[in-house]
Design a protein around this ligand. Structure first.
Ligand SMILES: Nc1ncnc2c1ncn2[C@@H]1O[C@H](COP(=O)(O)OP(=O)(O)OP(=O)(O)O)[C@@H](O)[C@H]1O
Length: 251
């Protein structure tokens, strides 16, 4: 049974429709990455799936589903004096032993007493991940989790995500702008631009015309992501969604 499924999902911000007719489902233990140009509705889709927005269409969640969410921006004044251990207790209190275990798991074992304001960007991302993992989620939702990290930091973070998935069996739904990472770390990629342009295993998507129109080819693709106007006609690429998913699970 899927953890979360949305059918014919549409979302408007005010009078502006941001998402239309989106179908998506996340299965236990899979890593799914959403890519798309700025403003294409990626964060909106995550927030809609989490039940944070008014939507039209259907969203169903597995009963008792626990989600750990790491938002793109956290409205936290990092100049506030607050040790990591206190931050990890927001909003639910956890024992020091449990905190230590999860901090060790995300690769920052010695920082419980450190001030949040003193953490590097990479350490702070790991603390955010630790906080999400403390809830023992079935599904981790990460909105551009490596924003602000350098390439090494990004690669290390995604390796960590894969290790956490392997060890805890948690499914991961994330937004990324890093094509290279998307290709290597995801079971399934969804290209979004107000609607699902195409989706499937990284290899299936890489060869899809819709994906190439969005990202171009080769290393120049990352630039295309930001420049693309996305006015091409759409071949209905949802029709073989089931087949692609099969490939995703077989591979
Ligand atoms: N709360 C809001 N009220 C009004 N408009 C919004 C709101 N949130 C998002 N939007 C608009 O909806 C569109 C999609 O925004 P969203 O943040 O989902 O895109 P995104 O793909 O995540 O972008 P980015 O890659 O820049 O993070 C944008 O045009 C944005 O300005």
């Amino acid at each position: 049974m899927s953890l979360i499924t949305a059918r014919d999902l549409s979302v408007s911000h005010g009078r502006r429709q941001v998402l239309r007719g989106v179908n998506i489902s996340i299965d236990p233990g899979e890593i799914v990455t959403i890519v798309g140009p700025n403003g294409s509705g990626k964060s909106t889709l995550l927030r809609a799936l989490l039940g944070m927005l008014r939507v039209s269409g259907q969203i169903s969640r597995k009963p008792g589903l626990v989600v750990g969410y790491v938002p793109q921006k956290l409205a936290l004044d990092r100049s506030l004096p607050m040790p990591v251990s206190c931050f990890l207790n927001l909003p639910t209190r956890h024992s020091p032993a449990k905190q230590a275990e999860v901090l060790r798991r995300v690769g920052v074992p010695d920082i419980a007493r450190q001030q949040v304001a003193e953490l590097s960007g990479g350490q702070f991302q790991r603390v955010l991940l630790a906080r999400a993992l403390l809830a023992r989620p079935d599904l981790l939702v990460l909105d551009e989790p490596t924003q602000g990290l350098d390439q090494n930091g990004e690669a290390a973070f995604y390796r960590l995500i894969e290790a956490v998935r392997r060890e805890m069996g948690v499914a991961v739904l994330m937004v990324s702008h890093d094509l290279h990472v998307v290709m290597s770390a995801s079971d399934r990629v969804i290209c979004l631009n107000g609607h699902v342009c195409c989706e499937g295993t990284p290899h299936v998507v890489r060869d899809a015309p819709e994906y190439r129109a969005l990202f171009g080819q080769g290393t120049q693709g990352a630039l295309a992501l930001y420049q693309h106007e996305h006015d091409h006609a759409h071949h209905d690429c949802d029709h073989d969604h089931a087949a692609k998913k099969d490939i995703a699970h077989a591979g």
